[in-house]
Design a protein around this ligand. Structure first.
Ligand code: ZN
Length: 262
């Protein structure tokens, strides 16, 4: 199957006055979804940098090209559990059978440089007052942050005002105000959060396998000057990814769930 041509690197990056960063998580080898995000960033007017919260590979059909496109754009990333498992740094026995099978499919599709790159990703990065992890600051490889209780404990595990997480594939925001009150919000549709001086744990949602009932790719843009995070949803041709998954003999359950975003 022929895939659309890639844009030459750097066409949407610019070094303007504003400092804006695209925040991508859980791309999961879904090249059609990733390309739709690039196109959406074009429409948005571009960003200055790219941060990835892990799980570049796993589940989907095109781990190598997804990683290549990220590397062409020069990005900062942490490791996700699927990234580590696909390169043999995590035991597949820890995964459910479909996820493990997808990791077994991903491994042989990666060249030596990609394996080395994924295997060397850190579990945590801090940049410009923002912490990046895959699962949570307390448990970057495995912990899902979906409940207030675990979010409250995790605010004690990072020192910056904002921590960006992935892993659950659910776009959401935990907000801890200066009086220690915690609020959680599921993010539906595109929306903007003005952060002020409070602390936040934010999940941009998943590019390649959304699980909030909306099959469109989900990601976010952090605007450092305006101190905002904007969630965006973008439709992509799910059938392209599903056809590639059938070719790769990935489990039918993984193929079907893309239709529903679950
Ligand atoms: Zn994931």
């Amino acid at each position: 199957m022929k895939l659309p041509l890639w844009k030459p690197p750097g066409t949407w990056c610019y070094s303007g006055i504003a400092m804006r960063y695209a925040v991508l998580a859980d791309i999961h080898s879904n090249l059609a979804a990733l390309q739709a995000v690039w196109a959406d960033l074009d429409r948005y007017g571009g960003v200055d940098g790219l941060w990835c919260l892990g799980d570049i590979v796993g589940y989907g059909p095109d781990p190598g090209p997804c990683l290549e496109q990220l590397r062409e754009r020069s990005f900062l990333s942490v490791a996700g559990n699927h990234d580590l498992a696909a390169v043999g740094r995590l035991d597949l026995g820890e995964f459910n059978s479909e996820a493990a099978q997808a990791c077994r499919v991903a491994g042989p599709k990666l060249d030596a440089a990609a394996i080395r790159f994924l295997g060397e990703l850190p579990l945590r990065q801090e940049i410009g007052g923002i912490t990046l992890v895959h699962g949570s600051p307390r448990g970057p490889v495995w912990e899902y942050l979906l409940e207030n209780e675990s979010a409250a404990a995790n605010f004690a595990c990072f020192h910056t005002s904002v921590c960006l997480v992935g892993h659950s594939h659910i776009p959401l925001a935990f907000h801890l105000d200066s009086r220690g009150r915690l609020a959680a919000r599921r993010v539906r549709e595109a929306s903007e959060l003005k952060m002020g001086s409070d602390r936040f744990i934010l999940n941009p949602g998943s590019v390649g396998q959304p699980r909030d009932g909306d099959p469109r790719a989900s990601y976010a843009i952090y605007d450092r000057d305006r101190n905002t995070v904007t969630w965006r949803r973008v439709a992509y041709d799910i059938r392209v990814t599903q056809a590639r998954m059938r070719e790769a003999k990935l489990p039918p359950g993984l193929i079907d769930r893309l239709d529903y975003g679950l």
